[in-house]
Design a protein around this ligand. Structure first.
Ligand code: ATP
Length: 913
C-alpha cells in the first residue's frame, strides 16, 4: 500500500516536533553543535547579521539635495538668465546649485556614517551550547543548528524553533506590531499557522520579557523573518530631529517672506524704469543672499559632531534628538549598583543567630579569612547556621568564579559572585556542594520578587532541600524559624536579625538574608517551586553583608551636576539604609539629610502628592520598576526633563517615558538597550554627566552658527533692497552675492561646529525646554550687525566712487567689506558671552584654516583676471584694504560693546534668555 505524501513543499520548522528539528539540523539536544562544526558552517552561511541596507542611489541622493523651493527658484533664475543671454550670471547661479548640492551630499553622508558606526559599538551576544558547554558568542557567529539559551531581557538573536520553554514570553511588536507579549511553547503546529501565531518559534529581533527557554537556530541573517522585513522596507536612518524640523519650518517661512520682498523689489525697480533683466537677477540675488541655506546642513553637522564627541566619552546615542534633549536635562535619575558604584561586591560581614563574623580580603580572589568576634577562624561545624548561610549563598546561585592566571572574575551576577568568594574563604567548596545537591527547579531572582530560591535533591540519597537568598525583610517575612549552632531550629528572633541587618546597612553594605528548608522536611512542591508553597518550613540562617565601593568619578560627577543646576536622584532596588549611606558617600545627599522614600511609602502616596515628593526626595529605595515609571511621569509633571537609567526588562517603560532613557551597555539587558535613547558603554554615572556637557556644547555651537549666519544673510539682502529703493547702483552684483554667501558659509560659518566647549558650560542652569532659538537677543544682534554691514559696504562703495575708483573696483571693495566683516564677526560668535580676545586665537584650528581658505579666495577674486571677468571685479589698492579693515574693526568693536553690556545687564547665562 502506498500513502500519498505531498512532496511539493518541505515541512516548515513549526510543523515538526522539536526532536525532528534537532535531527534535521544534526544538533545534539544536550551538547549542541561542535565548535568546529559551527565554525565550518559559519564559513558557508556567512555572519548572522542583516545586510547593510542598500544605500539610496547617488542620483536620488543628489535629487534630494535639489528638492528645495529655494533651489527651484535658483534653477528657474539660471534658466531665464541663460535664455536672456546672460551666460556668466546663469553659470554662476548654476554653479551655486551644484556646490550647494555637493556640500549637502558630503555632509549628509558623513552624518549617516557617524550614526551607522555607532551601531557597531553596542554589540549583542548570544548564549549557546556548543560542544556540551554553554558559552557566550557574538550574535553574528550563530549558525543554523546552534542551541541558543534565552532568558528574560534577551533579544532573540536568530529565528529559533523552541525546544524548551519555562514560562517564556516574547514581545514580538518589532515583527508583528502586537504589543502584548505572547506565551511560547514547544508543541508542533499546523502548517498554515501564520508567523504571528507560531508559538513554538522565537524570531530574531523580538524581545524576551519573561521566563527562560532554549531553541535551535533555524534561520540566520537575511533569511530570518526580520531580514525579510528589513529587505522590504530598507533601514533608512533619519537625520531629522525636532530642531531640524523647526528650522526647516522657519526656513520655509523665511523663503516665502523673502520671495515676497524680492517681488516687491522687482516691481519697484520696474516702476523706477530699471531694466527688467537686471531687476530680475537683482531680486533673485536678494532672495539667495537673504536665505540662510547653510543652516540645515550646519545643524546636521553640529549634531553629528556632538554624537561623535559623546561616543568618544562612552555615551552612544541611539536617537539623534537626544543630543538636543541632553542639553536641557534638569534631573538625572540613576540607579546605584554599577552606575554610582563599581558593582564589585565583596562580602565583609556575616551574621547568624549564633555569632557575627568579619570577612577579610578584597575583590573576587578567594583569599581571606572569616573570623568571629574573638578573632578565631570561623568553624562551620561549630556554627551550622554559618555553614548553611554560606552554602545557600553558593548553591542558590547561577554565578561562577573564573581564574585567569591568578586574576579572578565572576561570570554572572556580582552579588552572587561575592557569596561564592565568602564561602570559599570559609573553606566551603561550592562546586562540590553543587554536585552534592542537584538542582531540581529554580525561582529566579527578580527586582519585584526580591529573592531567589532553588530546590535540590541529594545526589546520593535523593533527600529534598530548598535554598533561598534575597532581601532581608522579604526573607524574614517568609520564615518563622531560625537555625541554632547545632543546626536545630527555634522560633525566629525577628528583631535581632532586623537590627543586625540595619546596622550593617548603615555601614553602606548591601545585606542579603539566606534561608533553607532542611532535607528532613517535606519534599512537597520541590519539582515546580512556587512562591506560595515555598514558605512552608523555611528556616532563616543568617545574613551576608557586602561592600560595593562607590565609583571613583561618581562624587565629582554628582557635584558637577549640582553646579550645573541638575539634580541627581538615586532610584534603587536596594535597602534604604544602604542606599542612604552610599548616597552620602557620593555627595548626593548631605549628612543631616533624611531625604529617602521607600517603594512602600511611594505606593501609599496619593497621586496628588507624588510630583512634589518626587521633586524633593533625593533617594528612592526598594523601588520596583513600575514605580520608576510613576516617578518619571511625576517629575515630568513638574516640568523636568528627566534622564533615567535602567538595565532590566521591566525598566523599559520608564526608559521610554523619560526624556532620555539611559541603558547600561555592559550589564544591561537587550530589552533596556532597545528602549533607551542613549547607551553607556562603561555603565558609569560620570558618563551621563559628560554626555550632558557635550549636549550643552552642541546647542551652544548651533546658537553660535545661527548668531553668525543670520546677520550676514540679512545684510546681503538689505544692500540690494536699499540700492533699488534708493535708485542707486548696486554696490554688489548678484553673482558677487552668491560668491559671498556660498564661500563664507562653508569656509567660515561651518567651522563653528568644531568649536570646543566653553569653560563655564557646566556652571550655568540647564536650557529651558522649548526655549525658542530665535530669542530677542538674537533678533537685536541680527539687526545690529546687518545694519553695520550695509552701512560699511554702502559707505565704502560710494567713497571709492567719489575718489576716482571705477564701479568694478568700488564693488570689489564692497564685496571685501562683507567678507572681512563676516570674518571678524566670526570671532565674536565663537563665544556667546566672552569677548573674542579672551577665547584665544588658536583654540579652534579649523577657524584658522577656514580663514586662510577664505582669504585665498578673496585674493583670487580680487586679483586674478579670470575671476575678475567672471565676477566683474577689479584689483584694489592697499589704501582700500586699510579702509576695509578699519570698517571690520569698527564693527567688531560695536559688537563687543553690545555683548559686554548685555552680559553685564543680564548675567552670563546666555541660554536662559
Ligand atoms: P540598583 O537599582 O541600584 O541597580 P540593586 O541592584 O541593588 O539596585 P536589585 O538588583 O533589584 O537592585 O536588588 C534589590 C535587592 O534584591 C537587593 O538589595 C538584594 O537584597 C536582593 N538581591 C539582589 N541580587 C540578588 C540575587 N542575585 N539573589 C537574591 N537576591 C538578590
Amino acid at each position: 500500500m502506498t500513502t500519498a505524501i505531498d512532496t511539493s513543499a518541505p515541512p516548515e520548522f513549526h510543523e515538526l516536533s522539536a526532536d525532528e528539528v534537532l535531527l534535521l539540523l544534526s544538533t545534539d539536544p544536550a551538547s549542541g553543535l561542535s565548535p568546529e562544526g559551527a565554525a565550518a558552517l559559519l564559513a558557508r552561511t556567512g555572519p548572522n547579521s542583516l545586510p547593510v541596507a542598500p544605500r539610496t542611489s547617488l542620483a536620488v541622493r543628489i535629487l534630494r539635495q535639489v528638492h528645495n523651493p529655494l533651489i527651484y527658484v535658483l534653477l528657474a533664475a539660471g534658466a531665464i538668465t541663460a535664455v536672456l543671454g546672460e551666460y556668466v550670471d546663469s553659470s554662476v547661479i548654476l554653479g551655486v546649485v551644484v556646490i550647494n548640492a555637493a556640500i549637502g551630499l558630503v555632509q549628509e553622508s558623513k552624518a549617516e556614517a557617524e550614526l551607522a558606526g555607532l551601531r557597531s559599538m553596542v554589540r549583542t551576544s548570544a548564549r549557546v551550547v556548543r560542544g556540551g558547554r554553554e558559552r557566550t558568542v557574538p550574535s553574528e557567529d550563530l549558525v543554523p543548528g546552534d542551541l541558543v539559551k534565552l532568558e528574560a531581557g534577551d533579544k532573540v538573536p536568530a529565528d529559533l524553533r523552541l525546544t524548551h520553554s519555562t514560562g517564556l514570553q516574547v514581545d514580538e511588536s518589532a515583527l508583528t506590531g502586537e504589543s502584548e507579549p505572547v506565551d511560547k511553547h514547544v508543541d508542533p503546529l499546523p502548517a498554515m499557522v501564520p508567523v504571528a501565531d507560531r508559538r513554538n518559534m522565537a524570531y530574531s529581533g523580538t524581545l524576551v520579557t519573561a521566563g527562560t527557554g532554549t531553541g535551535v537556530v533555524c534561520a540566520t541573517g537575511a533569511a530570518t523573518e526580520l531580514g525579510e522585513i528589513h529587505r522590504l522596507i530598507g533601514a533608512a536612518e533619519t537625520l531629522a530631529t525636532p530642531l531640524t524640523a523647526k528650522l526647516a519650518g522657519f526656513s520655509r517661512m523665511l523663503t516665502v517672506g523673502i520671495l515676497a520682498l524680492a517681488a516687491v523689489t522687482f516691481a519697484v525697480g520696474l516702476l523706477r524704469g530699471h531694466d527688467a533683466v537686471a531687476m530680475f537677477t537683482a531680486a533673485i540675488a536678494l532672495a539667495v543672499g537673504a536665505i540662510p541655506e547653510g543652516l540645515p546642513a550646519a545643524v546636521t553637522v553640529t549634531l553629528a559632531i556632538g554624537v561623535g564627541r559623546m561616543a568618544r566619552r562612552r555615551a552612544v546615542i541611539r536617537r539623534l534628538p537626544t543630543v538636543e534633549t541632553l542639553g536641557s536635562t534638569t534631573v538625572i535619575c540613576t540607579d546605584k549598583t554599577g552606575t554610582l558604584t563599581e558593582n564589585q561586591m565583596t562580602v565583609q560581614a556575616v551574621w547568624t543567630p549564633v555569632a557575627r563574623y568579619e570577612v577579610s580580603g578584597r575583590g573576587y580572589e578567594p583569599e581571606g579569612t572569616v573570623r568571629d568576634d574573638s578573632g578565631a577562624a570561623a568553624g562551620t561545624d561549630r556554627d551550622r547556621a554559618l555553614h548553611w548561610t554560606l552554602l545557600a549563598g553558593a548553591v542558590c546561585s547561577d554565578a561562577s568564579l573564573v581564574d585567569h592566571g591568578g586574576k579572578w572574575s565572576v561570570v554572572g551576577d556580582p552579588t552572587e559572585g561575592a557569596m561564592l568568594v565568602a564561602a570559599a574563604k570559609a573553606g566551603l567548596d561550592a562546586a562540590a556542594a553543587r554536585a552534592r545537591w542537584l538542582r531540581v527547579a529554580a525561582l529566579p531572582f527578580s527586582s519585584e520578587r526580591l529573592f531567589m530560591a532553588t530546590s535540590h535533591r541529594h545526589a546520593a540519597d535523593g533527600r529534598p532541600l530548598v535554598l533561598a537568598k534575597g532581601a532581608v525583610e522579604r526573607l524574614l517575612d517568609l520564615c518563622e524559624l531560625e537555625m541554632g549552632a547545632d543546626g536545630t531550629t527555634r522560633p525566629l528572633n525577628r528583631l535581632a536579625a532586623a537590627s543586625a541587618a540595619a546596622e550593617l546597612a548603615d555601614r553602606g553594605l548591601r545585606v542579603l538574608a539566606t534561608a533553607v528548608r532542611p532535607a528532613d522536611a517535606s519534599a512537597d512542591g520541590i519539582e515546580d517551586l512556587d512562591e506560595g508553597a515555598l514558605a512552608e518550613g523555611l528556616v532563616f540562617t543568617g545574613l551576608q553583608a557586602m561592600l560595593d565601593p562607590p565609583r571613583e568619578a561618581a562624587a565629582a560627577a554628582v557635584a558637577a551636576c549640582r553646579t550645573a543646576g541638575i539634580s541627581v536622584k538615586m532610584i534603587t532596588g536596594d535597602h534604604a539604609a544602604t542606599a542612604t549611606a552610599i548616597a552620602r558617600e557620593v555627595g548626593l545627599i548631605g549628612t543631616g539629610d533624611e531625604a529617602v522614600l521607600t517603594g512602600a511609602e511611594l505606593a501609599a502616596l496619593p497621586d496628588a502628592d507624588m510630583a512634589e515628593a518626587a521633586h524633593r526626595t533625593g533617594v528612592f529605595a526598594r523601588v520596583s520598576p513600575e514605580q520608576k515609571l510613576r516617578l518619571v511621569a511625576a517629575l515630568q509633571e513638574r516640568g523636568h526633563v528627566v534622564a533615567m537609567t535602567g538595565d532590566g526588562v521591566n525598566d523599559a517603560p520608564a526608559l521610554r517615558q523619560a526624556g532620555i532613557g539611559v541603558a547600561m551597555g555592559a550589564s544591561g539587558t537587550d530589552v533596556a538597550k532597545e528602549a533607551a535613547d542613549m547607551v553607556l558603554t562603561d555603565d558609569d554615572f560620570a558618563t551621563i554627566e559628560a554626555a550632558v556637557e557635550e549636549g550643552r556644547g552642541v546647542f551652544d555651537n548651533l546658537t553660535k552658527f545661527i548668531t553668525w549666519t543670520l546677520p550676514t544673510n540679512l545684510g546681503e539682502g538689505l544692500v540690494i533692497l536699499a540700492a533699488i529703493l534708493f535708485g542707486a547702483a548696486l554696490p554688489i552684483l548678484p553673482s558677487q552675492i552668491l560668491w559671498i554667501n556660498m564661500t563664507t558659509a562653508v569656509a567660515l560659518g561651518l567651522m563653528l561646529a568644531f568649536e570646543p566647549k566653553e569653560p563655564g558650560i557646566m556652571t550655568r542652569p540647564p536650557r529651558r525646554p522649548g526655549q525658542p532659538l530665535f530669542t530677542g537677543t538674537l533678533m537685536f544682534r541680527t539687526a545690529l550687525v546687518s545694519v553695520l554691514l550695509v552701512a560699511g559696504a554702502w559707505w565704502l562703495f560710494n567713497w571709492e566712487l567719489a575718489n576716482g575708483a571705477d564701479v568694478a573696483q568700488a564693488r570689489t571693495a564692497a564685496v571685501n567689506v562683507f567678507v572681512t566683516v563676516q570674518a571678524f564677526y566670526l570671532f565674536s560668535c565663537r563665544s556667546l558671552t566672552r569677548s573674542a580676545w579672551r577665547i584665544g586665537m588658536f583654540t579652534n584650528p579649523w577657524i584658522i584654516l577656514g580663514l586662510a581658505v577664505q582669504a585665498a579666495g578673496q585674493l583670487a577674486m580680487t586679483y586674478t583676471p579670470a575671476m575678475n571677468a567672471v565676477f566683474d571685479t577689479s584689483p584694489i589698492g592697499a589704501g582700500t584694504w586699510l579702509r576695509i579693515l578699519a570698517i571690520a574693526a569698527a564693527t567688531s568693536l560695536v559688537v563687543a560693546l553690545e555683548k559686554r553690556l548685555r552680559v553685564r545687564v543680564e548675567g552670563s547665562a546666555p541660554q536662559q534668555r
